[in-house]
Design a protein around this ligand. Structure first.
Ligand code: CTP
Ligand code: MG
Length: 170
């Protein structure tokens, strides 16, 4: 019983600490069309630097909602320092996402093409660096959050498949 309670608390804690970064990563999807951050430019390998999937508008939307979530925590008794670190984890999430796209383009993958693990973990690993360095997350919380992210990914793909938004359930 006590063990189950501990696990529940760990899961809740992981979700709480990673929520700002997750929201930052998820909300740019609502930007249908925007100005590409790479301004349409190509890298020396002839492929786009980042591609049309990374826009200034998406970046601002992510930063805006990440800010709302992080600073809502202050109303919920989080101290200013932790709130600031949480917001830094949002900025890191964006940088990780950009780096992920940069790597995908170097691998010759087009915008939106799948890169298993890279697609799901780029933002997560980047925000983890900030959260771990500043002591908000330890390795146990990191692993719990990693499992949650992977499970969420599988679940959302299944739901999208069932709803007919995707052709394959993975
Ligand atoms: N998006 C955006 N600006 C960002 C990040 C995301 O406009 N900085 C929007 C784009 O419409 C993008 C969508 O959110 O297509 C989904 O984001 P993501 O999966 O990260 O991009 P992909 O389209 O998969 O592109 P990539 O192959 O570069 O990952
Ligand atoms: Mg993608």
């Amino acid at each position: 019983m006590a063990r189950t309670m501990n696990l529940v608390l760990l899961v809740l804690n992981a979700i709480t600490l990673y929520l700002p970064a997750m929201v930052t990563n998820a909300t740019p999807v609502f930007v249908r069309k925007g100005t590409p951050i790479d301004l349409g430019k190509k890298f020396i390998d002839g492929h786009r630097i980042l591609g049309d999937g990374k826009t200034f508008e998406g970046l601002l939307v992510g930063l805006y909602f990440g800010f709302i979530v992080s600073f809502t925590y202050m109303l919920l008794q989080y101290d200013f320092y932790s709130t600031l670190i949480l917001y830094l984890s949002c900025i890191a999430a964006i940088l990780g996402d950009l780096l992920g796209s940069f790597i995908k383009r170097r691998l010759g993958l087009k915008r939106g093409e799948r890169a298993l693990l890279l697609d799901q973990l780029d933002f997560f690993l980047a925000s983890s660096i900030v959260l771990i360095i500043h002591g908000l997350v330890d390795y146990i919380l990191f692993i719990v959050a990693l499992v949650i992210i992977v499970l969420l990914h599988i679940l959302t793909n299944r739901v999208a498949y069932i709803l007919g938004l995707k052709n394959v359930p993975w």
